[in-house]
Design a protein around this ligand. Structure first.
Ligand SMILES: C[S@@+](CC[C@H](N)C(=O)[O-])C[C@H]1O[C@@H](n2cnc3c(N)ncnc32)[C@H](O)[C@@H]1O
Length: 240
């Protein structure tokens, strides 16, 4: 199952998606933190920490942060765990990883979610922040998540989801589809940053609905599969 249909104005074949997405994040990496910081009203970092705590991340656990990007989830996790010693971070974009490496002394691996170069049953908790739309296959990624988690291990996927109701969906489109990329361009003067935020919207708009994500987690063998919704647009997919 793909997280969204092909976006043909970006790439014609699924095989080309990862090249496009890596190029996008490599080129936009330096703008990522400031843009997501003001775009989410400076609440993104405290929200990430709050979500990890509510879903059971505790000192003593080993965490794998998949699609770590510039390390925003991992930094929040290190505050909970007391250090980054037990954190491994995975991302295919060298540009994003380079920025994450400057922030914390975790273990960094350049790879995609669909083939994680880590041992079976080696983590207590696995997190993904705002990235499952970029995976080539939900099935392959979720199968890997289950493989690398210890029995009873937890997975937490954070996402922004287009609301179902027409008024909410229109507001969501106005902000993420128009205003946010426009302001990104205005503040950064960067084509790369603007394109990154346009693509952010395009993938949210095209993303499979939450029921499909929950179903794919169940199919991969996860239990206690749930979606917590916040403020109408934030989805927290959790499972064991
Ligand atoms: C929007 S950023 C999210 C970064 C971070 N998790 C956060 O919460 O801010 C999406 C990240 O997903 C990464 N990514 C893209 N394709 C991926 C894949 N197939 N597997 C894992 N990560 C991927 C990108 O390189 C990028 O760093």
């Amino acid at each position: 199952m793909v997280p969204h249909p092909l976006l043909r104005h970006r790439y014609d074949r699924l095989e080309d998606k990862s090249v496009f997405v890596n190029g996008l994040f490599d080129a936009g990496a330096e703008h990522y933190d400031p843009v997501v910081n003001w775009g989410f009203l400076c609440q993104g970092n405290s929200y990430r920490k709050w979500a990890l705590q509510r879903h059971g991340l505790e000192p003593g656990m080993r965490l794998l942060d998949v699609a770590c990007g510039t390390g925003l989830v991992a930094v929040a996790a290190a505050e909970i765990l007391g250090s980054a010693d037990a954190i491994s971070c995975v991302d295919p974009s060298e540009g994003m990883l380079a920025l994450a490496r400057r922030k914390l002394e975790a273990h960094f691996i350049q790879a995609g979610a669909e083939a994680l170069p880590v041992a079976d049953a080696s983590f207590d908790f696995l997190s993904v922040g705002y990235a499952l739309r970029h995976f080539g296959s939900l099935e392959a990624a979720f199968r890997e998540f289950r493989r690398v988690l210890k029995p009873g291990g937890k997975v937490l996927l954070l996402e922004a989801t287009k609301p179902e109701n027409p008024v909410g969906a229109a507001m969501f489109r106005f902000y993420f589809g128009g205003l946010y990329p426009f302001l990104t361009r205005l503040f950064t003067r960067s084509d790369h940053a603007e394109r990154m935020m346009q693509y952010f919207w395009e993938t949210m708009d095209a993303c499979v609905r939450p029921e499909t994500i929950l179903e794919e987690l169940r199919k991969a063998g996860f239990e206690k599969v749930e979606r917590t919704r916040l403020a109408g647009i934030f989805s927290e997919y959790s499972a064991e």
